[in-house]
Design a protein around this ligand. Sequence first.
Ligand code: ADP
Ligand code: MG
Length: 631
Amino acid sequence: MALFQISEPGQTPAPHERRYAVGIDLGTTNSLVACVRSGVAETLPDGQGRHLLPSVVRYRAKDVPVVGHDAIAVAHEDPLNTIASVKRLMGRGIEDVRKLGQSLPYEFSHGDSAMPRIRTVAGDQSPVAVSAEILKALKTRATQSLGMELSDAVITVPAYFDDAQRQATKDAARLAGLNVLRLLSEPTAAAVAYGLDKNPRGIYAIYDLGGGTFDISLLRLNRGVFEVMATAGDSALGGDDMDHAIAEWIMREAGIRDNADHRQMRRLLRDARATKEMLTGAERATLRIQRDNDGIWEGVLTRAHLNTLIDPLIDRTLPPCKRVLRDAGIRVNEVDGVVLVGGATRMPRVREQVSRFFGREPLADIDPDKVVAIGAALQADILIGNKRDEEMLLLDVIPLSLGLEIMGGMVEKIIPRNTTIPAAKAQDFTTFKDGQTALLIHVVQGERELVSDCRSLARFELRGIPPMVAGAARIRVSFQIDADGLLGVSAKELTTGVESSVVVKPSYGLTDNEIEHMLRDSITHAREDEEARQLRERQVDAERLIEAVQRALAADGALLDAKERAEIDRHLDGLIAAREAKDAARIKQAIKALDSATQTFAARRMDANIRRALTGHKLEEFSTSGDKPTP
Ligand code: ADP
Ligand code: MG
């Protein structure tokens, strides 16, 4: 099936019809925009030839915000209004932001929404609004570079971004006047940039060391589809930490006190970063550091010495690499290719260590800080319809399973993790109680069996179900995930057609570490979960039987003599006690016992009911076939 055909297949666009769409890497540290022109994907520079746009926005009192290099240049003068690394806040709630801790220098205002806002001289800004400023700057750059208005874009997001974070990214694009053709995961974009999707199949490791985050993803390519087999990383590890290590070395060498003030620290970090980047191409770098009142310190840092400073940091990327291999259940020699992404992977030492770990040379022909944007541009070019022959476009998968809460606080997974998107799936449910006229639909995301271990995405109600006996209503719940991984859920009672739906727009997301934990927990807790599931199932069965027996006793208790009644009551109490004791095996036994204790009672009730139904009717009114009786 052609999932994304933009226009009739088989027709080649006339040259003047060629359209442009951009690919955008909206990064934590740097952002880029790229486009396919004359068949070549390339990143677009600003007026001064710079391709990377620092993801930094400075708000001003009575003026439009400044984005990028110009914002960084004055960051030290106006730290509270200069916002960096806003990607870490996307789709996060107040609570999540609190957990990120004091590492963020801004002041937050809460208002009444669950979304945190940053106080600036230009008013309170949401992370979505800040990201939109970065996107606007990239859009302007593209418009100037290509000499035409353009608004269609593919934007990349980390593979582990959940629904809330993806939604926030899409909202930012809309605010910036961009039409999102689709969101694409960053490792997938990197793989596409290298044309790996043209291979019939393979397993690829994408090693992404950026300014402040490290991500490792294992992708499995199969028939044009990339599946994220596993992701891991460290959301507080990157080139910035190397800058700190170098700055500390400078302070030691130059005899600068530990309590250097903010301004001096920023200057030191800037110098450290420049030195680090220089040592990627050079063997040694000379430093001239202005000491506050002690004149100038001059020193030399060699690459060999730099390596000893950063080795401990590079070492920290290796356990997550081991973990993705373990989670995916593959050995390192089964990896068919390694792709380097992120500015910090330009460093020779990083390449060396990655090669050593994977036992092969990584792919690094494309600038590692441009590779994601280039992959996004290639994808955008296909989506806009410039490549008619590419019928089936590369698909993504959902990172965590989506499901519903069912009786007993359990999760019924509707769409399992790693299902390719877009996807749609429906499942039928029924009511639990007699006469139930409403149903609470609780949508959750996660790998565990119990609702309490998963993340709640949305709740909505289906009302107006006609009263029926338990189990008679048929409620079809449908999940649809669009190409961006965003979810819509609807519920319909099939006999009456009453319907209700929700678009899942959660107000906050999970932290990367939480997602990773959820994935890992699902593996380590599989057995425990299975036991919990069994218990819940038994408890639900018990509940159902207890209710049914109590109802029957209330209606037809007269059919029993005192001894029979006492026997049933005894087993009923036994089951209630077993349910309370939360012992799956005991509940099972008690259910069996109550079931057999009520056999005679059930038979007697059936007889009584038939007799009641027949009273006053002639026998010929009842036809076994259900057709009209023959006269
Ligand atoms: P992000 O994905 O977090 O937005 P990038 O991929 O742009 O970040 O990586 C930014 C990091 O890469 C910074 O720490 C920067 O110093 C580092 N970097 C960029 N170029 C070089 C280089 N030539 N040598 C070493 N590090 C570099
Ligand atoms: Mg990046």
